[in-house]
Design a protein around this ligand. Structure first.
Ligand SMILES: Cc1cc2nc3c(=O)[nH]c(=O)nc-3n(C[C@H](O)[C@H](O)[C@H](O)COP(=O)(O)OP(=O)(O)OC[C@H]3O[C@@H](n4cnc5c(N)ncnc54)[C@H](O)[C@@H]3O)c2cc1C
Length: 381
């Protein structure tokens, strides 16, 4: 932002996408506030894999040292068939050794929250409405209060309330897959820097270390005839999960057995996405993260794309000389981001099908990993 009054931005949603946007915007000199519906910031007890494109954005947000400290760098990766034999694949069709970091979602959220100026996040604020006119935008909350801003960013997840002010409301699409995910203490025999995936017919199982290698994140993807409600908190039954992988590599059975032991946890999660949206913005309102492009996790990109969104949007808004330029920035953001994220959304569906047919036709990830969203946005300013 040039001289004069700083741009006022309201972010709705204090998940990883919303907090990353808050950090990126405040570093760009923008007056930003993040409104979260929960009474406290928090994340589910599970890990997330940060890929090179996301790590590049986290470096821009100044949290690389924290990521190295709290995360677990995956110095080796292994893609296996159900019985543990190596699965045939090209080097770029799976996470690459040394380039990914596993981190507990709560640790990532904390690292981002610590980078925000005091008072940026306001919890206990559930957004219920939105209006705008030529002079500004207003966000309404269930508390009966309202705030006004020059720009509003909907980072309110797959069930976004703000998305309905941009496109016709539509339900998320159930993929027919349920994920059992959680954490177990890392067994001594499991290497602290190894990411493993086992692929088979209609199922796959992913394991990677987080929290400096002390914990293992696991996700078992299995078919389900009934659509399970998308939820972070539904408990996942370890007995049902064990039955699904009973005749697979015994390493998987050992990990599942640890879910019921000390320090183990498990949740069940229906896998939903949406078809790419025809647009993300309306006037002073735009969308970010899962609110804009919810995707299946089969390329491990939901958080990584939200981080790209956050840095790209802040770079463009930071280049505005006045609030009058904000619509230009939102248009440039949408034009830059919509095509790429749509490719990742559709690629995630295809890659899941590849995993569930014993690793055939997996996606070459170079176009995802080598991209620098900051450089692409900066080139437009
Ligand atoms: C099984 C599984 C594994 C995954 N693994 C990976 C991975 O390895 N790598 C990766 O990059 N991604 C992964 N993802 C995807 C990733 O979890 C999501 O893409 C990411 O969490 C989206 O972040 P977000 O901030 O956009 O949305 P969310 O995390 O959904 O956050 C939205 C926030 O908005 C708040 N909110 C909602 N409505 C309102 C409202 N009306 N008012 C105020 N606040 C509101 C919510 O409380 C929440 O805090 C995985 C997903 C799943 C399901």
């Amino acid at each position: 932002m040039g001289e004069g009054v700083p741009l006022r931005v309201v972010v709705v949603g204090g998940g990883i996408g919303g907090l990353a946007a808050g950090v990126a915007l405040s570093r760009a000199g923008i007056d930003v506030h993040v409104y979260e519906q929960a009474q406290q910031l928090g994340e589910v007890g599970a890990g997330v894999a940060l890929a090179p494109n996301g790590l590049r954005m986290l470096a821009r947000l100044g949290v690389s040292a924290g990521i190295e400290r709290l995360g677990a760098r995956h110095v080796s990766t292994r893609l296996s068939l159900a019985d543990g034999r190596p699965a045939r694949h090209e080097p770029h069709q799976f996470a690459q050794a040394g380039r990914n970091v596993g981190i507990h979602r709560a640790d990532l959220l904390t690292l981002l929250a610590e980078r925000l100026p005091v008072g940026t996040v306001r919890t206990g604020h559930r957004c219920t409405g939105f209006t705008q006119d030529a002079s500004g935008a207003t966000v309404e909350f269930a508390t009966g209060t309202a705030v006004s801003a020059d720009v509003v960013i909907g980072a309110d997840g797959i069930h976004s309330v703000l998305q309905e002010f941009v496109v016709e409301p539509a339900e998320p699409v159930f993929s027919g897959v349920v994920a059992y995910r959680g954490l177990v203490p890392r067994p001594a025999e499991y290497p602290a820097g190894l990411m493993r995936m086992w692929v088979g017919e209609r199922k796959h199982f992913l394991v990677f270390p987080v929290r400096a290698g002390r914990l293992l994140n696991y996700v078992g993807f299995v078919p389900s005839g009934t659509s399970v409600r998308e939820s972070w908190s539904a408990p996942g039954d370890p007995v049902a999960l064990a039955a699904q992988f009973a005749d697979w590599d015994p390493v998987i059975g050992d990990i599942i057995a640890a879910i019921s032991g000390p320090g183990g946890s498990g949740f069940q999660w229906g896998m939903y996405d949406r078809a790419p949206l025809p647009r993300w913005s309306s006037g002073r309102l735009t969308l970010l993260g899962d609110a804009a492009h919810p995707m299946l996790p089969h390329l491990g990109q939901g958080v990584n794309q939200a981080l790209e969104d956050a840095v790209a949007l802040a770079t463009l808004l930071g280049a505005c000389a006045s609030a009058a330029d904000a619509p230009w920035a939102l248009t440039a953001y949408e034009e830059l981001r919509r095509g790429r994220t749509a490719r990742v959304q559709l690629g995630s569906r295809r890659n899941g099908a590849g995993y569930d047919s014993s690793g055939s036709q997996l996606t070459d990830r170079r176009w995802i990993y080598e991209y620098d969203a900051w450089a692409e946005a900066a080139a437009l300013t």
